[in-house]
Write a protein that binds this ligand. Structure first.
Ligand SMILES: Cc1ncc(COP(=O)(O)O)c(C=O)c1O
Length: 383
């Protein structure tokens, strides 16, 4: 993994534990952006069709990673929009229903539905864990969907989505998974886990900045719940000789693929870079990535426990761990510690009043030593 580090200039500046906020760009992705924008500079629209082809290939690549089909994949602006689309679709079809979700979810999983006046039922956490039984207990005959994050943003708790998907399928309840804090580090099998809708805001672990959210729906979902809003690009133009739909006041059909959610123009030059990221990660290998993340979190957890720090993340079960480790030294001292660490070039974040440290493929033991030494010297100065 040492070779990986040289691709991340951020490592020269900081001990960076804030990838759950945004993973820094590797140098080759930065170069890709530069060459993509040079093309806009020097050639304008000339390569647009090539870019469209590249995006189609990118969808295929993503599809392989998630065991789904390219036609199910689209990008939308952000996770909040993706969830709003789901909420609107459900409202068009059903009158009285509820959605079950988890108490500590990131608000993009709750605000869009609450704003639409959909009844939300939040499962309370038990030491920041959620058992499958407790989630199922909150479902009743009016539950149309369960909306959960694969990995919780503030605690790193990783849910058993395979088991939950299996149970929801039996009950005919839609399974909506926000994979923002997991993909592409942790593999996901959409078919095996019976996921109806998967979202993922790629700026977290996608190493490519703010390029939007993956919004992946099954053909069944789209059939039952077609997009609640549309734009010119949503229209099926396969029977026309122009890709732009120009008729007025005539009936039209929507594309059956997830491209119905594409609505209109978008920043294609940004979106195609995820292809290079996936090639890079595939080159490292999923097993190696997971092993490295586990190794780094294990060292960090051990050091924090040795120092008597109060861990928030549930860490006893390996399968519930992710790249995020959260802890607290007391609500009124956490912010002070974060600022203290910043002066030592150690970057962590405050989330839900906890200190969140996330390790990444470029994290090494020296980073962890810097973080833990920083915490210890803060504690020595403040006791
Ligand atoms: C689990 C999770 N989902 C979604 C988001 C982002 O939501 P959006 O794409 O609406 O900004 C975040 C963090 O910002 C997150 O941690």
């Amino acid at each position: 993994m040492n070779n990986i580090r040289k691709h991340f200039p951020v490592c020269k500046n900081y001990h960076y534990f804030q990838s759950a906020g945004l993973s820094p760009l590797p140098d080759f992705i930065f170069q890709k952006y530069v060459s993509n924008y040079e093309s806009l500079l020097n050639e304008g629209d000339f390569r647009w069709k090539e870019d469209i082809e590249q995006l189609k290939n990118t969808y295929q690549q993503i599809a392989k990673h998630l065991n789904t089909e390219a036609e199910n994949i689209v990008f939308v602006e952000n996770n909040s929009l993706a969830m709003s689309l789901i909420g609107l679709s459900l409202l068009r079809k059903h009158e009285k229903f509820n959605i079950v979700s988890l108490e500590e979810e990131f608000p993009s999983n709750s605000v869009p539905f609450e704003y639409l006046n959909i009844e939300m039922r939040y499962v309370p956490h038990q030491q920041h864990r959620y058992s499958i039984e407790s989630i199922l207990q909150h479902c009743d005959q009016n539950t149309k969907a369960v909306v959960v994050s694969y990995v919780q943003y503030s605690t790193g708790f990783r849910l058993n989505i395979e088991q939950l998907g299996y149970e929801l399928k039996k009950r005919n309840i839609l399974f909506v998974v926000n994979a923002t804090q997991a993909f592409p580090l942790f593999p996901i099998d959409m078919q095996k886990y019976h996921i109806d809708v998967l979202t993922c805001s790629l700026h977290k672990w996608g190493f490519c900045g703010h390029i939007g959210t993956l919004f992946i729906t099954t053909p069944d979902f789209r059939k039952q719940y077609p997009t609640p809003i549309a734009g010119w690009f949503s229209v099926d133009t396969s029977y026309h000789n122009d890709f732009i739909y120009t008729s007025k006041n005539k009936p039209f059909a929507l594309r059956t693929s997830a491209q119905q959610y594409q609505f209109g123009s978008y920043n294609i030059k940004n979106r195609i870079v995820i292809s290079d990221v996936l090639n890079f990660l595939t080159g490292i290998g999923t097993e190696n990535i997971i092993q490295h993340i586990e190794k780094m979190t294990t060292i960090l957890i051990q050091r924090l426990q040795d120092s008597g720090i109060n861990l928030i993340s549930p860490v006893n079960n390996f399968f519930e761990r992710s790249a995020i480790v959260s802890f607290t030294i007391g609500e009124n001292k956490n912010t002070e510690l974060i600022n203290f660490l910043k002066h030592k070039n150690v970057i962590v974040a405050l989330r839900n009043n906890f200190i969140r440290a996330s390790v990444n493929i470029f994290t090494n033991e020296q980073d962890i030593i810097a973080l833990c030494n920083g915490i210890e010297s803060f504690l020595q100065q403040h006791t």
